[in-house]
Design a protein around this ligand. Structure first.
Ligand SMILES: [Ca+2]
Ligand SMILES: [Ca+2]
Ligand SMILES: [Ca+2]
Ligand SMILES: [Ca+2]
Length: 731
């Protein structure tokens, strides 16, 4: 049980060494990372798929032209409220499919603001160096003052769209007008019109694009009822793009048709109920479909209230999958307008909710890259967003807001605590095999385990079957958690009883499954298996677990550093033992400037090649994960004298005036008390692991830390007698 070197050790060991050795100040989507993503893709397969889509596009364009001519329709029209409508596709039954922008009647709601440098988590994330794709009716006004050079024309089209400009502003506006600041206000947007959207996205995804936003969809008042909730050709195409480019994730708006009365034969209830209104790519399995919500967020980023917006199109999709997946704020978003380079406008709708989520997802990719030197697969990112969403209404998902409200802060915490209290693993299941692992719960907390996968495109596409329930899911994976003969099952919904609360059981339709165990305690076994035969013989999946005790490591600063023994040319130092802790030992002669560094799992180390008469110093720190690292111990000093070497002992009085502090309780939830003899002029600051100071004050009396998000911090106390720091963990 008390295995000294845990299984995750080699990975952490090498990546930590890497981060120690590299000067990694350039973050974001560097060329080499794009090349890495490209190298993992089957470029030939994507290329031939693109050629096929291109040929279909050409023939469809000809048919569309014919239709427009025959019916004397306009290529594209702008309705009185600014909505753009254009004929862009033809359904399997010959129905002309008009695309429409989805504005109708965000960043606080996604909690992305907690990730900024002045935000609660002080992570300094703003999307700098990151790129997001925007497809819309026209391109954004790239010259707007809020974009400087960060909005780029992605497809060479010259028609500037007001809707595209609003959406792009919601994503990347710098904040010259503070109310208009975008969610990822340092990111670049590649803006495209919706013509050839699938082809352009497939090309960009093949080159390493991570995210794209699509705040448009099929116009709901011009299709027969069987289209609502149907998995159709366009749904399949987008799933195929995502399956073939597994780092790429599409985010789409659910639509604003809840009160439209457009579906007269919904799969459940009456037309007036507003269910079963999702169309086209909003029904794809692998993408994220975003609902609009009205929410109230507290000062600590906590969700106080959430209701689905009265316009937001409700699910389900006809095969019963959880759709929409997630909700964001779509109410009265102030953003860039295309009228002039300095104009602004207010807009609402799922069109505005989607970029709020897309921007927050981009920041999470940026954070993952900063922490771990690479990006998450789309299934991981999507899984993380659904795993950490704030559950609303009845426990579990529903067909109105899916898994709940996007919570970027909770997602960032899961990333930060990876290998400590959470797990994020990208795995692959081979046909016929079962994945299994043992996990310890963090005592008394809620343990949540999810699997998420990018599924092969559905084989069956609907060509007119009203409310047909054939599942689009191809590879049906199953997560289970067992303990003492009890089995815990994931959530599921039932499309024929859409108002019922989610239940737990065997989920046959969703490519995301989540299990929750309240007040978890002790050891559990997680298994991931599959039904039938896996298409292509395998299925990649991402496993996310939070509320776990992955490591027994605690972040104590090593104590009692002492000299154990010496030989003619080496000395061995020893310090307090700690479970599952990697120690970094630094040592050098006092004359040298640079420390030599060694990483070791044992609590002793032999320092080799020491020279007679030279004074050396050493210090040690504990490493639980790359992000959970203790302070260095007190430095020890010794003059090397072969086997006669002794520590240099300081006279006790030398420390009389030196500041000594203790910090308790640690970990803490609400208050932190500094135990020290301090003058009334003493000051403290709380610093994040990324080095940002987020709190300052006088340390006499307890320090309120209830507003900090959970994670590791450094408390620095300064007084006349000196400056001292101590790490503490906020639960
Ligand atoms: Ca285009
Ligand atoms: Ca719920
Ligand atoms: Ca339907
Ligand atoms: Ca399943």
């Amino acid at each position: 049980m008390d295995c000294k070197i845990p299984t995750w050790a080699p990975g952490i060991f090498s990546s930590f060494l890497f981060s120690l050795l590299s000067i990694s100040s350039v973050f974001g989507q560097s060329k080499s990372e794009k090349e890495f993503i490209q190298s993992t893709y089957n470029q030939y397969k994507i290329g031939s798929f693109i050629s096929k889509m291109e040929a279909e596009h050409q023939s469809k364009e000809a048919k569309i032209k014919q239709l427009l001519n025959d019916n004397n329709w306009r290529q594209s029209e702008k309705l009185s409220d600014g909505t753009v409508v254009a004929l862009k596709d033809i359904g399997a039954d010959g129905t002309p499919l008009f695309y429409t922008t989805l504005n109708d009647p965000s960043n606080q709601v996604s909690r992305a603001h907690t990730l900024y440098s002045d935000g609660l988590m002080s992570l300094g994330l703003d999307g700098s160096g990151m790129q997001v794709g925007v497809w819309d009716a026209g391109i954004a006004r790239t010259t707007h003052q809020e974009f400087d050079v960060r909005a780029k024309n992605g497809d060479g089209s010259d028609e500037v769209g007001s809707h595209a400009t609003l959406v792009t502003g919601n994503l990347i506006s710098a904040g010259i007008k503070p109310n208009a600041k975008g969610v990822a206000y340092g990111a670049e947007a590649l803006t495209h019109n919706w013509t050839r959207d699938k082809i352009e996205v497939a090309e960009a995804a093949a080159n390493g694009l991570l995210l794209s936003n699509h705040s448009y969809g099929i116009k709901s008042d011009r299709v027969p009822d069987w289209y609502f909730g149907s998995y159709i050709r366009v749904s399949q195409d987008w799933d195929k793009i995502m399956y073939n480019a597994p780092y790429y994730l599409m985010v789409t708006a659910a639509g604003n048709a809840q009160k439209s009365y457009d579906n007269e034969t919904p799969i459940f209830g009456t037309t007036a109920d507003g269910f079963d209104l999702l169309l086209g790519f909003a029904t794809s399995k692998n993408g994220l479909t975003i609902a609009g919500a009205n929410t109230k967020i507290g000062s600590n980023g906590e969700l106080q209230e959430a209701n689905v917006a009265s316009y937001s199109s409700l699910g389900p999709v006809d095969d019963g999958r959880v759709k929409p997946d997630l909700a964001g704020d779509g109410s009265s978003i102030f953003s860039t307008s295309s009228t002039t380079n300095t104009s602004y406008d207010t807009s609402a709708g799922t069109s505005m909710a989607a970029p709020g989520v897309t921007g927050a997802l981009l920041l999470l990719q940026q954070y993952h890259e900063e922490l771990y030197g690479g990006f998450m697969k789309a299934a991981t990112l999507k899984g993380l967003a659904l795993h950490t969403a704030d559950d609303v209404d009845a426990q579990g998902p529903d067909y109105k807001m899916g898994w709940g409200i996007m919570n970027a802060r909770a997602a960032a915490e899961v990333l930060q605590n990876k290998e400590y209290s959470s797990l994020i693993e990208e795995e692959s299941l081979v046909d016929g095999e079962t994945f299994s692992m043992t996990i310890n719960a963090k005592e008394g907390e809620k343990m949540v385990a999810s699997i998420s996968w990018t599924d092969p495109e559905g084989e069956y596409i609907n060509r007119g079957d009203l409310n047909g329930t054939t599942p689009a899911l191809m590879n049906d994976l199953d997560i289970r958690i067992t303990k003492n003969g009890n089995t815990y099952y994931p959530w599921k919904l039932n499309a024929s009883r859409v108002n019922d609360a989610a239940t737990k059981g065997d989920n046959l339709v969703d490519p995301f499954e989540r299990i929750e165990i309240d007040n978890a305690s002790g050891e559990y076994i997680i298994t991931v298996s599959h039904k039938g035969a896996l298409i292509n013989g395998f299925q990649d999946f991402s496993l996310i677990v939070s509320g776990a005790q992955v490591s027994k490591c605690d972040i104590e600063t090593p104590l009692d550093v002492e000299l154990l023994s010496s030989t003619e040319n080496s000395s061995t130092i020893l310090w307090t033992e700690a479970e599952e802790t990697l120690f970094e030992v630094q040592y050098k002669s006092t004359a040298e400037n640079n420390w030599k560094s060694e990483l070791i799992w044992e609590n002793s180390l032999e320092l080799p090649n020491l020279e007679e008469g030279i004074t050396y110093e050493a210090r040690i720190r504990s490493i639980c994960t790359e992000n959970i690292v203790s302070e260095f111990s007190e430095e020890i000093q010794f003059e090397f004298n072969g086997t006669e070497t002794e520590l240099i002992a300081y006279e006790a009085f030398a420390f009389d005036e030196t500041l000594q502090i203790t910090v308790y309780p640690n970990p803490t939830t609400e208050w932190l008390t500094v135990g020290a003899k301090l003058s009334e002029d003493a000051v403290y600051s709380v610093i994040t692991t990324s080095g940002n100071t987020i709190k300052k004050g006088n340390p006499t009396g307890a320090i309120n830390v209830s507003d900090l998000s959970s994670g590791l911090y450094v408390l620095v106390v300064q007084d006349y007698s000196g400056i001292k720091s101590s790490k503490f963990y906020k639960n």
